[in-house]
Design a protein around this ligand. Structure first.
Ligand SMILES: [Zn+2]
Length: 313
């Protein structure tokens, strides 16, 4: 059984077992790799940084290359149906639309751009700088000079990791980004390429072979599914633009979810990790990223979520 001796974020060895499961909670997917084993797992909390670790015997390294998507959505038509259903949600009830809006607002604020199809720098938003403190004006100006120099009329690029049904990359593309989607699942990639006309690459993130680099890499509810989220982000250094680059990380919020009990989806069996504000901040630090922004929210779907932007130092 996975048994953490030290917290992978803060190195503390102070843990408390906060919940034990002897049966699956309502709503949890019954994966075939769970068959034939007695159901036991527990949630251990680091009492220093408040990160939650899942400990059990149920590990399937290839879950996301086939069974996960098949168990949740069925076949290619099932994914397309799910895509259409989510796309039809209103702006206020869609987690994905909220996410895209948040990302675009962040880059408007930090880049001083008014459109994502245009990286040429001087935009109407830059004029707002005359009303702000000198320090802020200087920071925005430094961003423009260091990063946008020699770049004009070029779309910002994003690599989305674990794209699944493709709603998020589709909306990002619609709002002006140059999007590359990725997923370990072959059917998801067919859906992305054939049905949504989005450039996509199939494979596990840590094994992706790409010749280009990106301004932004997005991990929407991805890193809680891997056993070692710290090591998982090593790959980002090869893929971010050398002039800078950001990560957008979105994870389940264990601190808030645990107040409502451990049967919630944030603690379902496919999550090896459920995060705290501190563990997300420490994750940035482990990879020499600056934590540019972090916040927690309750999403329209009811999920408790932490979202953050890391910037390459
Ligand atoms: Zn810790």
């Amino acid at each position: 059984m996975i048994n953490y001796k030290k917290c992978i974020f803060c190195n503390s060895s102070l843990f408390k077992i906060v919940h034990e499961f002897s049966a699956p909670p309502a709503g949890e997917t019954r994966y075939s790799y769970l068959d034939g084993k007695p159901y036991y797992r527990r949630i251990k909390k680091c009492t220093t940084c408040s990160h939650f670790f899942a400990e059990h015997d149920f590990v399937n390294q290839n879950l996301y290359s086939g069974e996960y998507l098949k168990s949740v959505y069925g076949d290619l038509d099932g994914i397309s149906e799910r895509f259409s259903k989510v796309m039809n949600l209103s702006e206020d009830s869609s987690d994905n639309r909220g996410r895209v809006k948040f990302i675009n607002s962040f880059f408007r604020e930090f880049r001083g751009l008014n459109e994502f199809g245009n990286r040429s720098g001087k935009s109407a938003d830059m004029d707002c700088c005359i009303n702000v403190e000198d320090g802020v004006r200087r920071i925005i100006s430094e961003y423009s000079n260091s990063y946008e120099k020699n770049v004009s009329d070029e779309k910002m690029s994003v690599l989305d990791v674990g794209s699944g049904t493709g709603v998020f990359p589709f909306l990002m593309k619609e709002s002006g980004w140059n999007v590359t989607a990725s997923d370990p699942d072959g059917i998801a990639c067919r859906h992305l390429t054939e049905k949504l006309q989005i450039k996509s690459v199939q494979g596990k993130f840590e094994e992706l072979k790409l010749n280009n680099s990106f301004d932004l890499i997005t991990f929407n509810k991805v890193i809680e599914h891997v056993i070692d989220p710290v090591g998982f982000l090593d790959k980002t250094s090869d893929l971010l633009d050398v002039r800078g680059g950001w990560l957008y990380i979105e994870v389940p919020d264990g601190e808030m979810a645990s107040k409502c009990g451990y049967s919630r989806q944030e603690f379902f069996i496919d999550h090896f990790h459920v995060f705290s504000m501190a563990s997300v901040a420490l994750l940035a630090n482990k990879h020499s990223f600056d934590l540019e922004k972090i916040e927690r929210l309750r999403e329209p779907s009811g999920k408790f979520t932490i979202r953050a932007f890391f910037k390459r130092k």
